[in-house]
Design a protein around this ligand. Structure first.
Ligand SMILES: *Cc1c(COP(=O)(O)O)cnc(C)c1O
Length: 489
């Protein structure tokens, strides 16, 4: 299996392997890596996969993509990752051995609504599904190259904690994570700052999240420093992260159906388009998915595209802080992967359109006079639909799900359930991906229900644990100095 950039002009010349792109983010031409051709899954395979555990299913899916990793190594890394011990934070009435348990909420008039639980990992959000595997892949590849990596990131909550829990204690890896001092929730702060591992460095910046991101950019743009200090990232455009998410679409499908002649649809609370991009890949591999429904909050860049054919990125000042903060994005960094397929894998056109985003802020594929193309007309063939929710919708949905089905869902999942209910069809189960547990966003749960969300065992007193972090002014030079001091490079 070979990979190329979404902006590659000459496909034959620029192919790379899975291990060659494993540690990377953007391709040097500014594009994202994609397989040269999607591997297909046969009817026989799908039938045989019905009997497999999560880890064994993961092996079958990933060996189609990681073809340059010895199969025994791939298996060992996967089996070390997908265990009921690591994904133990499922609801008490669910089976942790399933890793991603499916819960049917309702079966009425031939319409099935179900939740696929992806939040049983250490940080109670779906990012653990891919990030835990990435930690093991990174450690393996760095050992093979006799190399080390210093991961620098900025977080307002979810990504930083998922990265730290994935990389803690890993050989050859250090994590320097910047967060806005005093601006994360008490729960998120405690989760990150209570990690005792010596390879994890929490840097609380006196500023807001955008300041943290600017420091990461400034440090990464200092190329001599970046190379000397072996600086890398783990952002959502990393190919291995996307492909690890493909597994649970297969899993959800196989749990919800009895035969391969049936179809299912998925609704995905979306921000950077990483999660639902994995659903698109599963569908391109031949998984019988009817619809992929993109659910956004008030930051509706993606909903706008799937309604109108216009992709218009927002300015930071236009990006709203909402009660589903992990979906508060101004542009969807993985969206380019779908556009690449929509444009018939034409790297030259993808390149032109995304350069236009930089100069003009939008592109228009609606086919209207003066637009940049008419490929929006092909979107239905890819199964995509969309919807959005507001804060009031999420509150109402949290209350409704509690009353009707007796469980408390988080704000991001509420966004998914709200939109899913508008897109259900008889005879086709609708699976909503549960992207976080309610305990992480307790402030809004209290607003909706007047009571606290339940916390999984072991998290009861997390705020009382000792915390390790350093406070720094909003200055890239001080961060650089701190990194150099702690890497000894
Ligand atoms: C990251 C995140 C999302 C958005 O996922 P994307 O892959 O960025 O679309 C949704 N919900 C939660 C809880 C998240 O942490």
């Amino acid at each position: 299996m070979q990979y190329i950039s979404t902006r590659a002009f000459r496909k034959e010349a620029e192919k790379r392997s899975f291990l060659q792109i494993l540690l990377e983010g953007l391709s040097p031409d500014g594009g994202l890596y994609m397989p040269l051709a999607y591997p297909r899954v046969t009817d026989e395979e799908l039938t045989a996969w019905r009997r497999l555990s999560y880890a064994d299913l993961a092996c079958e899916v990933l060996k189609k993509f990681a073809t340059d990793m010895p199969e025994a190594d791939l298996k060992a890394l996967i089996h070390k990752t997908y265990t009921p011990e690591i994904y133990r934070n499922v609801r008490p009435d669910q089976d942790a051995a399933k890793i991603t348990p499916l819960r049917v909420l309702e079966e009425k008039d031939g319409k099935v609504l179900a939740l696929l639980g992806l939040s049983g990992g250490p940080t109670l959000a779906f990012k653990d599904m891919a990030m835990q595997l990435l930690g093991n892949f990174f450690e393996y590849e760095l050992a093979r190259q006799h190399a080390e990596l210093n991961i620098l990131g900025a977080t307002s909550g979810d990504t930083g904690s998922a990265a730290e829990y994935a990389m803690r204690g890993k050989k050859g890896i250090r994590v320097f994570m910047l967060s806005p001092h005093g601006k994360m929730s008490a729960f998120q702060t405690a989760q990150m700052f209570s990690l005792p591992d010596p390879n994890i460095f929490n840097i609380a910046i006196e500023g807001v999240f955008d300041d943290c991101q600017d420091i990461v950019k400034a440090v990464s743009n200092d190329l001599p420093f970046k190379s000397r200090q072996k600086i890398g990232t783990v952002n959502s455009i990393n190919w291995a992260r996307v492909v690890a998410q493909v597994i649970y679409y297969f899993r959800g499908y196989l749990e919800a159906t009895e035969s391969n002649s049936q179809k299912v649809s998925f609704t995905v609370p979306s921000g950077n388009f990483g999660n639902i991009c994995a659903g698109h890949i599963a569908r391109m591999m031949g998984l019988p998915i009817a619809k992929l429904v993109v659910a956004t909050n008030e930051n509706d860049v993606l909903d706008e595209f799937f309604r109108t054919g216009v992709y218009r990125v927002r300015k930071s000042a236009e990006t709203l802080h909402t009660s589903s903060p992990s979906m508060d994005i101004s542009k969807a960094s993985n969206f380019e992967r779908f556009v690449y397929d929509l444009l018939g894998q034409d790297g030259q056109r993808v390149n032109a359109l995304f350069r236009q985003i930089e100069s003009r802020g939008y592109f228009d594929l609606s086919g209207r006079p003066g637009s940049d193309g008419d490929e929006f007309l092909k979107v239905p063939a890819f199964g995509f639909e969309s919807g959005r929710s507001t804060h009031q919708d999420r509150l109402a949905t949290i209350r409704f799900v509690k009353e009707a089905y007796g469980i408390v869902i988080d704000t991001h999942t509420a966004d998914g359930v709200k939109v899913a209910r508008e897109h259900q069809e008889a005879g086709i189960p609708m699976i909503v991906l549960e992207t976080a547990l309610a305990a992480k966003f307790n402030e809004t749960i209290r607003e909706a229900l007047g009571a606290d969300a339940e916390r999984p065992a072991g998290f009861e007193n997390i705020e009382a644990l000792p915390q390790r972090f350093i406070v720094m002014p909003d200055k890239a030079d001080e961060v650089k100095h701190y990194i150099a001091e702690h890497t000894g490079l």
